[in-house]
Each structure stands twice: as structure tokens, then as C-alpha cells.
Design a protein around this ligand. Structure first.
Ligand SMILES: *[C@@H]1O[C@H](CO)[C@@H](O)[C@H](O)[C@H]1NC(C)=O
Ligand SMILES: *[C@@H]1O[C@H](CO)[C@@H](O)[C@H](O)[C@H]1NC(C)=O
Length: 366
């Protein structure tokens, strides 16, 4: 009984050896990047008893669809049929021109994520049959990686350095490096050198420099650069201060214009008081009071209400009188009283005889 069993077993083994077989695969699992070509090997040898016609069939059981295996390419009766699976149309080819020589391997080109699944190579040459499965995984290479500082890179501040690929299949591996200076990563960051985020605490200017982050998965890698510039807070405040100074400067100019207008107004008043007329070239305005009033009131409203007749007086006031007055007086005031101030006014100010002594008396100011 035992002998019989052994004979049957021996026969069976001998039969297997002689029969069709597929060369053990180098790898049962193949990983490729999206867009690449996957080579799915399937090499076979035919036994001497295998006399039937050669049939080769590749089947796919997609990872997302555990239903029926689908034929993707077929060799039968010396013909190749590959128009079965819509998603793989035009992307599956036998790699050998002579399938009978024992190579049923295929290439799947321009890999898509939907190609992920188990591929099965079935070779039949009656009575011999054999099959082999290969698992194909399609991964997306990391790409579009962005390095940036999250927070404000100032001395003493806390902020984060981030490294973010736009796409890329997991698992992703990160690695930060410093390119500039000593190429040494700051010691407090070493623990996070392989993390997508580095948390920076109490930043110092020594952290400044050029860094790179490399993102890697099993099918590819991508890199981004970061120029870190840790500056004193005052520098940043300086920019803001610059803007404020600009605004202040504008205000000063506006203030100066207002001051000039007021001065003009005062002069107009003063002229009215002392009846001091210095303009021989200008014919006396038809009504000086109306001109003066136009200055006292808002310019806009007075302009709006001006008739062409007093407009003439107004424009002359603008271009003939005022600038000459300004040039005469500007350097003198406010230290000295205006040269044309009447004597009673001067004495009232108490300025005439004691001008210099009065200033030296105020020595504390100097
Ligand atoms: C199959 O793809 C591999 C790369 O994966 C390539 O080297 C080979 O030339 C391709 N063969 C054919 C017949 O396209
Ligand atoms: C920040 O760093 C400075 C020196 O670099 C140190 O004097 C200070 O104590 C630190 N502050 C904190 C909160 O760690």
C-alpha cells in the first residue's frame, strides 16, 4: 500500500517536472510610479508531453474590485487579442515577438492608479497548465513640494518650517538639510530632521541660512529649498516705522500748507489793519474786503461763489502778492518780528532793545 502510494507520488513528481511550468518569479510584487511602464514577467517551459495548442491568458483582479478576474490580453491560435479591458486599452503588450519560445511576459505602459491589482499569467498547452500571480502597485512620486516658514522669522520667536509635497503616495520620508554655513542643522532641530514640520523655538540669527527638504517615497523623490532669514524684531518694525514716517511726512506737508494759508490770512488781515500797500504794479482790487474774506472762508466755497470780476483779483493775489511776501518774510520769522511790524506793536512785544540779552538770559535753553 505504502509502496503503491510512493510510486504514484513519484510518478506525479516526474509528471510535474516534464509538464509545462512557469519560471519562479523574481518578485511577486512590483511597484512602479504613475506614468511608468511595468514589466510583468512570465517565462515558461514546455514539457515533452505538452502537445496541445498554446494558449496564454493574462487576467486582472483589480484591487478596488474584488469581483471577477478580467482578461486583459490573450494569445490563442497564433493570434493576439488585447481589446478586453477598456481602462487598459492600448497599454498592454506582450514583450516577446515569439511567444512559443517561452516568454509570455507583458508590459503595461503609462501606469495609472486604476491599474493597481493582481495580474495572473495563465499558460496552457494541453495537458500542461500553469499560472502565476504578480501584484502590481502604482505609486505617485512626490512632486510640487513647497518649503515655507509658518510664522514670523524673528529673533526670540517661535515658528515652524514646513515641507509639503502637492502629491505623493504614502509612506513619505522627509529629510531636512542645511546647505549654507557649516551645513550643520541647529541642534534643537535634530529630533525633527526627518519630519515634515520643524518646530523652531526662541529663534536666533544663527538659524539663518539655506535649507532643503527632500521628500521621498519608494518610487521617487522631490526637493524644495528654504531661505531662512532670522532678523531682529526691530528690522521688521523698521519697515512698519518707515510706512508711518511716510504718513507723518505727508501730514507735515499738509500742516505746512495749512500754516502757509493761515499766514497768508494773517497777512491779509494785517495789511488791512495798517493799510500797507506794496503793490504798485497791481491795480487795487475792486473790493479788497471780498478778497480777504475769500481767504478767511474755505477756499472751495469761495471759489465756487466767485464771479468772474473778483476772480481776477483773486488770481492776482495768488500769483503776484503772496509769493513775494513769503520770500521776504520767511527767513525772519519766527525768531525776529516781521520787519514791517509797526513800532507800537514792537514795543508791545518788548523785543526791540533787549533782543540779544533776552536770549542769553534764557541760557538754560542753550
Ligand atoms: C517593457 O518595459 C521595460 C521597462 O519596464 C523596457 O525596458 C522594455 O524595453 C519594454 N519592452 C517592450 C517590448 O516594450
Ligand atoms: C532665548 O534665547 C536667549 C539666548 O539665545 C536666552 O537668553 C533666553 O533666555 C531664551 N529665552 C527662552 C524663553 O528660552
Amino acid at each position: 500500500m505504502a509502496l503503491l502510494l510512493r510510486v504514484v507520488l513519484l510518478c506525479g513528481v516526474a509528471d510535474l517536472i516534464r509538464s509545462l511550468s512557469i519560471t519562479p518569479p523574481d518578485q511577486m510584487m512590483i511597484e512602479k510610479a504613475k506614468g511608468e511602464t511595468a514589466y510583468l514577467p512570465c517565462k515558461f517551459t514546455i514539457g515533452p508531453d505538452d502537445q496541445g495548442p498554446l494558449d496564454i491568458e493574462w487576467l486582472l483582479s483589480p484591487a478596488d474590485n474584488q469581483q471577477v478576474d478580467q482578461v486583459i490580453i490573450l494569445y490563442s491560435g497564433d493570434k493576439i487579442y488585447d481589446n478586453y479591458h477598456e481602462a487598459l486599452k492600448g497599454r498592454v503588450h506582450f514583450t516577446s515577438n515569439d511567444l512559443k519560445a517561452g516568454d509570455a511576459s507583458i508590459n503595461v505602459t503609462n501606469l495609472q492608479l486604476s491599474d493597481i491589482g493582481t495580474y495572473q499569467c495563465k499558460v496552457k498547452k494541453a495537458p500542461g497548465v500553469a499560472n502565476k500571480k504578480v501584484l502590481l502597485t502604482v505609486l505617485v512620486k512626490p512632486s510640487g513640494t513647497r518649503c515655507f516658514v509658518d510664522g514670523s522669522e524673528e529673533i526670540g520667536n517661535d515658528f515652524k518650517l514646513k515641507c509639503e509635497p502637492r502629491e505623493g503616495s504614502l509612506p513619505l520620508r522627509y529629510e531636512w538639510q542645511k546647505l549654507s554655513d557649516s551645513q550643520k542643522m541647529p541642534t534643537p532641530w535634530l529630533a525633527e530632521m526627518t519630519s515634515p514640520v520643524i518646530t523652531v523655538r526662541n529663534a536666533t540669527s544663527e538659524y539663518s541660512g539655506i535649507y532643503t527638504c527632500t521628500v521621498q517615497n519608494r518610487v521617487g523623490s522631490d526637493q524644495c529649498r528654504l531661505n531662512l532669514d532670522v532678523v531682529p524684531p526691530s528690522n521688521r518694525a523698521g519697515t512698519i516705522a518707515g510706512a508711518i514716517i511716510g504718513i507723518l511726512f505727508a501730514l507735515v506737508i499738509i500742516g505746512f500748507i495749512v500754516f502757509c494759508c493761515r499766514k497768508k490770512r494773517r497777512e491779509e488781515k494785517y495789511e488791512k489793519e495798517v493799510h500797507h500797500d506794496i503793490r504798485e504794479d497791481v491795480p487795487p482790487p475792486k473790493s479788497r474786503t471780498s478778497t480777504a474774506r475769500s481767504y478767511i472762508g474755505s477756499n472751495h466755497s469761495s471759489l465756487g461763489s466767485m464771479s468772474p470780476s473778483n476772480m481776477e483779483g483773486y488770481s492776482k493775489t495768488q500769483y503776484n502778492q503772496v509769493p513775494s511776501e513769503d520770500f521776504e518774510r520767511a527767513p525772519q520769522s519766527p525768531t525776529l518780528p516781521p520787519a514791517k511790524v509797526a513800532a507800537p506793536n514792537l514795543s508791545r512785544m518788548g523785543a526791540v532793545p533787549v533782543m540779544i540779552p533776552a536770549q542769553s538770559k534764557d541760557g538754560s535753553i542753550v
